[in-house]
Design a protein around this ligand. Structure first.
Ligand code: SAH
Length: 230
């Protein structure tokens, strides 16, 4: 079975979105991965098909109802896929998390809206909260697409190259070295000589040094993690 994503969303039109273009779009058409959507609106209560209500205890905004979301999740085929809730409170998403997910059968992505979702359905349905960064979006759809894109491009065949390039950012705990291509000179800036030398060992050493320099300057936290073996 190909890698499968289910998006639980009040906005099914947001999908496939960016997942329908480029290498992911091709992978989708060729069956390397697939997706479907489940809409809580279909499980809304009353004549209005309500999916949200005011927060217990007061405060701004609306909260997605536990019973509505549980019914939606229960309509999704029960299988081994992890159920992830996109949430700024969640575990930070990383490249190694993407590798773990990509190796599995896929995932169920629950896209929040409004102020968030009732805590009881998170516990009752064992949702794991995942964040794409320390900022607040209006909904989980973009975050779910970001996770899916990071995973699907690792599926063998989707990029038309090995599942992951060893020197890509984060693969070795380093940021990637800078790239250059034609023309040889651009607005007075030349391509570093070493890259035109044809000496592969020298080129590899230069790239590693540049990757280290960049990582030291921009993300010293990544280097510390490599050294401590995290
Ligand atoms: N009141 C919440 C934010 C709600 S934002 C809080 O303060 O934590 C509405 C929805 O957008 C969330 O339920 C979540 O699904 C999604 N979302 C917002 N920021 C996100 C982030 N950084 N990562 C993943 N999902 C996010």
């Amino acid at each position: 079975m190909a890698w499968h994503a289910t998006f639980v969303t009040l906005y099914p039109d947001a999908f496939p979105g960016v997942l329908g273009i480029g290498v992911l779009g091709r992978g989708l058409r060729e069956g390397d991965w697939s997706y479907d959507v489940a809409n809580p609106r279909d499980f809304g209560v009353g004549n209005q098909k309500a999916v949200d209500d005011t927060p217990a205890g007061g405060g701004p905004g609306m909260v997605l109802r536990a019973d509505v979301l549980a019914a939606t999740l229960d309509s999704v085929e029960a299988d081994r896929r992890p159920r992830l809730l996109l949430s700024p409170r969640g575990r930070p998403f990383t490249q190694s998390f993407a590798h773990d997910l990509a190796r599995g059968p896929g995932a169920v992505f629950v896209c929040g809206r409004f102020e968030g979702i009732d805590q009881r359905v998170i516990e009752a349905r064992g949702l794991e909260e995942v964040s794409i960064g320390d900022f607040v979006l209006a909904g989980g759809e973009v975050a779910a697409q970001a996770l899916t894109e990071a995973c699907v491009r690792l599926i063998p065949g989707v990029l038309g190259a090995p599942a992951s390039r060893e020197d890509e950012s984060f693969e070795q705990g380093l940021l990637e070295y800078p790239h250059y291509t034609r023309p040889r000179e651009f607005e007075g800036r030349a391509i570093p000589d070493v890259l035109l030398s044809g000496d592969h060992a020298k080129i590899a050493a230069w790239r590693r040094e540049e990757a280290l320099k960049l990582t030291r300057a921009r993300r010293p936290d990544l280097l510390r993690a490599v050294q401590s073996g995290d």
